[in-house]
Design a protein around this ligand. Structure first.
Ligand code: BDR
Length: 312
């Protein structure tokens, strides 16, 4: 069942902004709120970058400030991957709009406890806000109908050999969320390497539109290409958003996924149990995560470029 209403939790850096632009311009989604959390950059920059992105998308959607750091450990940001300002230091002007007065965690709790229609939760950031909301109101776990996360790695990480950034920043929060009964889809790093890629020709096509969201997307994409000396880019949050919009572009398997919070070399790892004969063993926990294993790249590229170019 397609769920039209969505809440997006983000730590707006470059690929978060691309994902937000896709969601906000998608004809099949209504973004009812965006919650911010510290991650790629500090919370002030995340809120600012999110407001800037919403304005470039030409939409009015409330933006809520959330946690300024992980549950238990100090915050480590990723300015090396997103620029000091989180948006590639391109010089986007400050937003004219303001953040909402309510805290992100209160917004999450109130919205889900009062919802009469299903609301999909899409996360592209450390899971601190979601864990705090579950701690504040445990009944939330039964009220969130589905969640799509950019999180984790099936076969290794990016920020360490074992851990992907969003989980590594706040493993205790991820542990709370992954152990919760919320139906979860995990878009990890692996399917994105081949299946969430925009090419030079896609960016050139987007650039031809004068729409502010196309211009912003193209500038961010060009910045990423320049930084990586590459003619294509694979922004993880954009791929996760595309899967949230159209799950049929992805292949997936149900696996049991646990979060490593202790390991000296593996803290923040998503431990994905892919043992083929696992079901023959008694007493093991049931598979708990719909794990995306592949994304159809042609359909991904079409979804992204059509959404931005057609929706004028
Ligand atoms: C994830 O970490 C961040 O740098 C990106 O925004 C993305 O959410 C990829 O590991």
């Amino acid at each position: 069942m397609h769920i039209r209403n969505v809440i997006i939790d983000c730590d707006t850096g470059v690929d978060d902004a691309l994902a937000l632009l896709l969601a906000l311009r998608s004809p099949t989604l209504d973004v009812i709120g965006i919650t911010c959390v510290a991650g790629n950059v500090d919370i002030d920059k995340v809120v600012r970058n999110t407001l800037v992105t919403v304005e470039h998308a030409g939409k009015k959607v409330p933006v809520y400030r959330g946690a300024s750091g992980p549950l238990l450990c100090p915050l480590e940001t990723a300015a090396y991957a997103h620029g000091q300002d989180g948006l590639g230091n391109i010089g986007f002007p400050p937003p004219s709009g303001r953040e909402a007065a309510e805290h992100a965690v209160d917004f999450l709790v109130e919205t889900y406890m009062q919802a009469t229609q299903p609301v999909l939760l899409i996360t592209q950031a450390p899971l601190t806000n979601i864990a705090l909301a579950l701690l504040k109101e445990p009944r939330l776990a039964e009220r969130i109908p589905a969640m799509v996360m950019m999180a984790g790695g099936i076969d290794g990480g990016n920020v360490t050999a074992a851990a992907e950034f969003n989980v590594w920043v706040d493993p205790e929060a991820a542990d709370i969320v992954f152990r919760s009964p919320i139906p979860k889809t995990m878009v990890a790093l692996d399917p994105i390497r081949e299946g969430g890629t925009l090419e030079e020709s896609d960016i050139a096509a987007i650039e031809q539109s004068g729409a502010p969201w196309c211009q912003m997307a193209a500038r961010l994409a060009r910045w990423q290409m320049g930084r990586r000396w590459a003619a294509k880019i694979s922004p993880p949050d954009l791929a996760a958003m595309a899967v949230a919009i159209d799950p049929s572009i992805a292949q997936s398997e149900m696996y049991h996924v646990a979060i490593e919070t202790q390991g000296r070399h593996t803290r923040g790892m998503t431990v994905v149990d892919r043992r083929p004969f696992r079901r023959l063993r008694e007493g093991l926990p049931e598979p708990n995560v719909n794990t995306v294993t592949a994304i159809d790249n042609l359909r991904f590229r079409r979804l992204v470029t059509d959404t931005w170019r057609v929706q004028q």
